[in-house]
Each structure stands twice: as structure tokens, then as C-alpha cells.
Design a protein around this ligand. Structure first.
Ligand SMILES: [Zn+2]
Length: 219
């Protein structure tokens, strides 16, 4: 399970802390080409959930591509590259940014959904789940999921924790919002709740060959 944030060329305003989250379109393209040539098949989040729940078979060398936060380059740069390879991906949308400069528009989210990409929830404004108190569950989990459901016209089943930070307190609220599984970033799979702590690795600017090596050693 791979996780991307921003697909764009960096600018001088991007400091060292921001760089691991930015992958240039040319590097992303090379990474996708390497996956294709390496025999990987992209799967949807639903396929993964069915596999974890019921053991339904996955293709050989499955890979789940995910994009967090809803930045504009995911549509302008990553989406055409994904289409070229007939790759599927899951986009975890933070709803507060939709329509703002530099971020996805609501129409683009709908287009991604119609093109066979999966749309998942990623809260309203990226507040970390372990910090939630009463009203946050509604503001950050229930309302944004409903908003996305209205936007695409069907259920939203997947959730990604902001900053990858998991808290088991969230599970009943996620279930109530209609989620079936949730994705984190850390290595700490909760053995009691494997569906709610699915691991992903953030992909930095690796070459295609480095990415394949990293994937063989991580999963
Ligand atoms: Zn995020």
C-alpha cells in the first residue's frame, strides 16, 4: 500500500520538511512505469477489504495506490499518468480545501470517481483523530463523509487518518459513518483491529528501481 501527497514540481517555498511529501510528475511517471514493468496490478481499497474480510483472491503482485489530502496535482499530473497505465487509485479527500486554489475542485472529485478511482474520506480540516472531543466526531467524520457521498452519489467506504494517526476510539464513529476500513501510515498494525489500521508507506522521490526494492522489503 503506497501513499502519495503532492504530485508537482517543488518551488523555493518548499522547505526540507515539505519535500518528502512532494513527488515531481516526471518521477511519479517513472515510478508508475516501474510498477507496470515489474508486473504489479493496482487494486481498489474495496478489493483489499474483501480480501481481508473474506479472503477473496487478489491478483499477483497487488499494489494499492493512495493519494491523501486532495491537492490539485493529483488531478492535473497524477490522474493522466494513472489513466495511461489503466491504473486504479484511491483518493482520500479533506473536504475543507475543495475548490480552493491549489486543491481539487468538487467536479474533479466527481470525475475521479466516475473514472473508476475510489474516493475515501480524510476528515474536514485534517485535525488528528486522537485529539477529537464531542463535536469533532460529527465535524470531522460524519459530515465530510456525507458531503462526499452526496458529491459522488454513492457510499464512501474508506477512511484515512490525518497524519496517519490512529485511535481505536474512532472505530464506532467510522462504522456509523458507513466506513468499512481505515488507513494509517505507521507500522503499528493493531492486531485487534487490522481493518482499521491498514498500513501504508509514504513514497518519496525514489527511482523506479528503488521503489520496487522498497516494496519487496516492506510488504
Ligand atoms: Zn492527510
Amino acid at each position: 500500500m503506497l501513499c502519495y501527497h503532492q504530485i508537482r514540481n517543488p518551488t523555493r517555498a518548499d522547505d526540507a520538511a515539505a519535500r518528502p511529501y512532494i513527488v515531481r510528475p516526471s518521477v511519479f511517471s517513472a515510478q508508475m512505469r516501474a510498477l507496470k514493468q515489474g508486473g504489479y496490478t493496482t487494486i481498489t481499497g474495496d478489493q483489499l477489504v474483501e480480501h481481508l474480510l473474506r479472503g477473496s483472491p487478489l491478483p499477483d503482485k497487488p499494489v494499492l495506490l493512495t493519494f491523501d489530502d486532495a491537492s490539485a496535482g493529483q488531478y492535473t499530473h497524477a490522474f493522466p499518468i494513472l489513466r495511461r497505465h489503466r491504473f486504479k487509485a484511491t483518493f482520500f479527500i479533506m473536504t475543507v480545501v475543495l475548490g480552493k486554489p491549489g486543491w481539487l475542485t468538487r467536479e474533479q472529485v466527481r470525475t475521479l470517481d466516475r473514472s473508476g478511482m475510489t474516493i475515501g474520506a480524510h476528515t474536514w480540516d485534517h485535525k488528528a483523530v486522537p485529539e477529537y472531543t464531542d463535536a469533532d466526531w460529527q465535524t470531522q467524520l460524519t459530515a465530510p463523509t456525507r458531503d462526499l457521498q452526496r458529491l459522488v452519489g454513492h457510499r464512501i467506504r474508506l477512511f484515512a487518518y490525518p497524519f496517519g494517526l490512529y485511535d481505536s476510539k474512532a472505530i464506532p464513529y467510522l462504522l456509523r459513518a458507513g466506513s468499512r476500513a481505515a488507513f494509517q501510515l505507521a507500522d503499528r498494525l493493531d492486531p485487534r483491529h487490522p481493518l482499521w489500521t491498514i498500513r501504508r508507506i509514504i513514497v518519496p522521490e525514489l527511482s523506479g528501481r528503488e521503489l520496487l526494492r522498497e516494496m519487496r522489503s516492506s510488504f
